[in-house]
Design a protein around this ligand. Sequence first.
Ligand SMILES: [Ca+2]
Ligand SMILES: [Ca+2]
Length: 262
Amino acid sequence: MSSSKSKTGRSSAQNIETPGTRKVHSRHTWKLESISHGKGQPVSRKAIQHVQDEVAKRKDKFHFSKQEIESLCTIFRHLTKSDRIDRPRFRDVLHNTFDMTDDILMDRVFKAFDRDNDGQVSMLEWVVGLNTYLRGTLDEKIAFAFNCYSLKGEKHITREEIFQLLKSSVLKQAGDEDLDESIKELVEITLKKMDKDHDNRLGDNDFSQSVKEDPLLLSCFGQVFANARRKAEFERVVEHMSEEVVFGQQFTQEQLAAVFNY
Ligand SMILES: [Ca+2]
Ligand SMILES: [Ca+2]
């Protein structure tokens, strides 16, 4: 649970995009040009309608169009082969689709998506989660990241949690003892910069104010959003599929398999 290594054995800090890591992910690159016609079972009209109806009832702002919601449902069905997805499989999706690697933070993102806390992400929760994860406003993303970084799900991020998060995301070059001391220093620097009300922990106001002063702090304790390149690729698929939906066509499982390349 507390392991900072992903199933690929790479530590999260190694996920920082460098020419050396790009090639590792190249096999996941989606190929729109390779879409071909084939047979398959698209997600049911009724299931999509249910998600669209539930989204329409929501008070918060939605950043996907009706057609795009349909595309997200189809992608969900392709990735899960089901109406819901459990935590291990969801972590695979976060890793393969959005290039996330930190086990602790992938668990927190799963929790953020699993709004009814039943241990599964439903198709509706997938669409609602992606609304912030991919297209959220700065305020929505700040709330999402804060929620992920608050490891116990409380209304603040403690000194111990900052230590745990930073340790998980720092490249382990030094010996462990040296590393712990360096991270402790980093925790103090972070708190000094971000703890605006000086209560020795980060509340949502501390975090929000700090990120608005310096937007890079949004991901200061590790990756909680899609890697930019993978996000752009995913958005391109959603856009392309939504055009197809508009013109009355349906993507089949085989077509999606070609798009997602896994
Ligand atoms: Ca759920
Ligand atoms: Ca504080």
